[in-house]
Design a protein around this ligand. Structure first.
Ligand code: ATR
Length: 274
């Protein structure tokens, strides 16, 4: 695809961001779909001036990653319902100078889980962690029909706040702070424990007995100790690479207004694995 003066610009903004796989995902989609976009990465020190630069330069859209996802929520002109509930913005679309913030993380995880054969409806789910990554996951679990979402966190007060915020904002009572070793169908790790190491966020492996699925938002290493342990207990396991790909595909659809055909999903997943 030739880049010309008419090519529209997209980018991921974070710090650090040079390792990001997002340019690979988005540029691959543009190439496959024959759309005139180029996607790069910016690594600013702060977010304050970024959104005015997006407007001033007519950049069509940005993905926002750590540590700017929360700041972006405050800075956009319009916040989608999903981003408000999720408490963060990972996608900003510039429509004629009006910036709208979306969160595609939760639905990205949903699509990845669906493709891998995980059922969420009527399932009892344990979420490990109560930080920024946990919130969009919890929102998605409620929207997709989970019957119970228990949150287990090192700092219990954070889990309490997450549950009471979401029960309030989503008008439900399915979010509960984890108390005792109940039985769960699926366990999802949203903490950073196990990233690039062999640590596990689940010190009590008896919780793995009887589960049918385990999901880790981490994708490096490809199979964390948590997933290996879950697999030993007979669970279906899934790492975070699919979530990364699908949050990107959903963002791309917001940027371009074009629906990415599902037959491309496998190719994009293959591309990021290269
Ligand atoms: P993120 O945006 O990635 O969720 P975060 O908001 O800093 O980042 O949250 C990190 C999550 O990982 C939190 O749930 C954190 O637990 P605390 O709330 O107790 O800090 C969890 N976490 C990080 N390091 C941990 C560790 N060594 N042991 C247990 N939990 C840990």
């Amino acid at each position: 695809m030739e880049i010309t003066g008419r090519t529209q610009v997209l980018a991921v903004v974070g710090n650090p961001v040079r390792h990001s796989l997002s340019p690979r995902i988005h540029n691959f989609l543009s190439e496959k779909l024959g759309l005139d976009y180029v996607y790069t990465a910016f690594e600013p020190d702060g977010m304050d001036e970024v959104l005015s630069a997006v407007k001033a330069l007519g950049i069509r859209g940005i993905n926002v990653t750590a540590p700017f996802k929360y700041k972006a929520l405050e800075l956009v002109d319009v916040v989608s319902d999903n981003a408000r509930l999720a408490g963060s913005v990972n996608t900003v679309v510039n429509s004629g100078g009006i910036l709208t913030g979306y969160s595609t993380d939760g639905e990205g995880l949903y699509m990845s889980m669906e493709l891998a054969g995980f059922e969420i409806r009527n399932k009892r789910i344990l979420v490990l962690g109560a930080g920024g990554a946990a919130k969009p996951v919890c929102v998605m679990l409620k929207n997709r029909g989970a019957s119970l979402v228990a949150v287990k966190n090192r700092t219990v007060s954070r889990a309490e706040k997450l549950c009471s915020d979401l029960n309030g904002s989503m008008g439900t009572d399915i979010f509960k702070v984890y108390e005792t070793a109940e039985c769960f169908d699926i366990i999802i790790n949203t903490t950073s424990v196990g990233m690039g190491s062999n640590e596990t966020p689940l010190e009590d492996s008896s919780l793995l007995e009887g589960i049918c699925g385990a999901v880790d938002l981490i994708y490096y290493p490809e199979k964390t100790t948590f997933l290996k342990d879950a697999e030993k207990h007979g669970a279906r396991v899934l790492n975070g690479l699919g979530m990364l790909v699908f949050q990107g595909i959903l963002a791309y659809e917001h940027f371009t207004g074009v629906k990415v055909p599902s037959k491309l999903y496998g190719e994009v997943l293959k591309k990021v694995n290269e």
